[in-house]
Design a protein around this ligand. Structure first.
Ligand code: G6P
Length: 537
């Protein structure tokens, strides 16, 4: 595992803080689990949040049970592995499985179309891992209800097909016991976003066929380095992140195009944004963008040369080093890296909205083709809205696009007969709302981020609300063609999804942030219209 500085500025920012960290004995104290490092206010939380430091060893005890479970599932023909879990309860497994190239369907959405898509897989071959630390996350609750009902309706015993991962004492533990589901209890002293090497990362990955023992080996190998004052990759990365943020480079562009690890930036995004984005401070991760060389940008490249910092190492070691580095960066910018004080706001708003007979969407300011525009805008068409939002981004700020849509829908785009791979990817790109990020980024030197709702609520959502108040927000929602009822609940997934979007928008508006919602009355035509307007603006 190696962290190397490739640029003068980052080396000097890191060395300006590393000396102090070493003088205070931070490396050994952190590796030893000292909860006093983040100050008095954070101590109580830190005292029950440092268990991730010992996971490379303690998680080994899961391996025999995981091996047997995976074997039994294979023997029973349960080859369609679905993971229902939000944020820290699914992001690591997604990276592990993508990297190992084993199929895993991740359900971290309330989009009815995307959930229906998962449900088209043969039920008799399906095993569902329901993962939630708190056991009270609404999305995960819905997915469990939907699968329990489907299995029951199909006459398939849910007990052998649902595996639950949760903390001891959570409501999900009780449901697993009541339902007779296979239950894994995770260590309660590990926070969600630090849980990659716990049962949360390992159970779904092992079921899907990834080599999880190898992951633990790779993490364990670097464990001894983390208490060292020199040659400590966690300290080197943490000093670069925290030192650069203190020097004004608080936008973290993650570059991984050449990496053999697939999708790590999405996991890092949650870890860094949710850990640091609070009290008006924080580091903003940017995924999938090209460097702009703006003064507040730090580029960290995973296994490639294109960055100010280069991080090399296998996935298990990457998880541990990024966690350690985030804890160090938190210490340097003086926040508590283990809480998420502003996540609950949008959830509370959503719950209040769902209690109303109708969702208060209000009327659109205007409609441009298949796109309704909601919010305080002076523009009269979509190109004008984009221009207005981009103008509103402060010199140190960012534009965040969030899309409450099906993140796989672009792959349904029609491809011309006989199309080669390039033509196919072009067709997908032009049907993908995420392309809007790239198009708008061409027109500003400020960072443009993109997140799928409600997934981002458990990640960058904390930063948007708790971090520096310099964000401008463009939210996209869409009409639902075929909704999905949630058994035992008075709402459908479509209604929940819209309530989540409106709940978050409300939380941003309360802070006085510019926020506009674009509603696609026809999703396919709407995405095409948005992309055309972004090119025109
Ligand atoms: O694992 P759960 O309890 O379902 O929580 C899932 C996610 O929920 C919240 O949004 C937290 O802020 C995240 O850190 C967490 O990963």
């Amino acid at each position: 595992m190696e962290v190397s500085y490739r640029e003068e500025g980052v080396a000097s920012a890191a060395s300006s803080v590393a000396g102090r960290l070493v003088a205070d004995g931070v490396p050994a104290r952190l590796a030893g689990g000292d909860p006093t490092l983040w100050g008095e206010d954070a101590e109580a939380e830190a005292a029950v949040r440092l268990g991730w430091l010992t996971l490379p060893r303690s998680s080994r005890e899961l391996l025999p049970e995981l091996g047997e479970l995976a074997e039994r599932a294979r023997a029973a023909g349960l080859t369609n592995v679905v993971l229902a879990g939000m944020g820290g309860s699914s992001l690591a497994a997604e990276v592990i499985c993508d990297t190992a190239d084993v199929p895993l369907t991740v359900l971290d959405t309330t989009d009815p179309g995307q959930v229906r898509r998962a449900l088209t897989e043969p039920l008799e071959a399906t095993i569902v891992v329901v993962a939630g630390k708190s056991g009270s996350t609404v999305e995960t609750d819905c997915h469990l209800r939907i699968y329990e009902r489907l299995f029951a309706d199909a006459g398939l015993a849910p007990a052998g097909r649902i595996v639950v991962v949760t903390d001891p004492g959570s409501p999900l533990e009780q449901r697993a016991l009541d339902g007779g589901h296979h239950l894994f209890l995770a260590p309660p002293d590990v926070g969600g976003r630090y849980s990659a090497l716990s049962a949360f990362g390992l159970v779904p990955s092992a079921l899907a066929g990834a080599d999880v023992a190898r992951l633990l080996d790779d993490a364990e190998e670097i464990l001894p380095l983390l208490s060292r004052d020199t040659g400590n990759p966690g300290l080197d990365l943490g000093a670069a992140l925290g030192g650069s943020a203190l020097a004004g480079r608080d936008k973290l562009l993650l570059e991984d195009q050449l990496s053999s690890i697939s999708g790590l930036p999405d996991w890092i995004e949650q870890l860094v944004a949710e850990s640091t984005g609070k009290q008006g401070r924080g580091i903003l991760p940017i995924v999938g963008a090209d460097p702009t060389r703006a003064g507040d940008e730090l580029v960290v490249a995973i296994e490639s040369d294109g960055g100010d910092v280069r991080v090399d190492g296998p996935l298990g070691a990457q998880f541990l080093v990024w966690e350690y580095a985030t804890a160090i960066a938190g210490l340097l910018i003086e926040i508590d890296p283990f809480d998420q004080p502003n996540v609950a706001e949008s959830k509370d708003n959503t719950a209040s909205l769902l209690a109303l007979p109708d969702l208060p969407t209000g009327g659109p300011a205007f409609t441009d083709g298949p796109v309704e525009v909601y919010g305080a805008v002076t523009a009269k068409d979509l190109p004008g809205v984009f221009a207005e939002l981009l103008r509103a981004v402060p010199g140190d700020g960012y534009l965040a696009i969030t899309a409450y849509l099906d993140r796989l829908a672009a792959f349904d785009a029609p491809v011309p007969d006989g199309a080669d791979f390039e033509q196919m990817t072009d067709a997908w790109m032009m049907a993908d709302p995420a392309t809007l990020r790239a198009l708008l980024a061409l027109r500003t030197d400020r960072p443009v981020t993109f997140g799928w709702g409600p997934r981002y609520l458990h990640s960058t959502g904390q930063y948007h609300k708790g971090g520096p108040q310099n964000g401008v927000f463009l939210q996209i929602t869409g009409a639902v063609a075929e909704d999905v009822p949630v058994p035992g609940r008075p709402y459908t997934l479509g209604r929940l999804q819209l309530a989540q979007a409106l709940g978050d928008l409300g939380a941003l508006e309360t802070r006085g942030r510019p926020a506009v919602r674009l509603h696609l009355t026809d999703r396919v035509a709407g995405v095409a219209h948005l992309l055309a307007a972004a090119q025109e603006a």
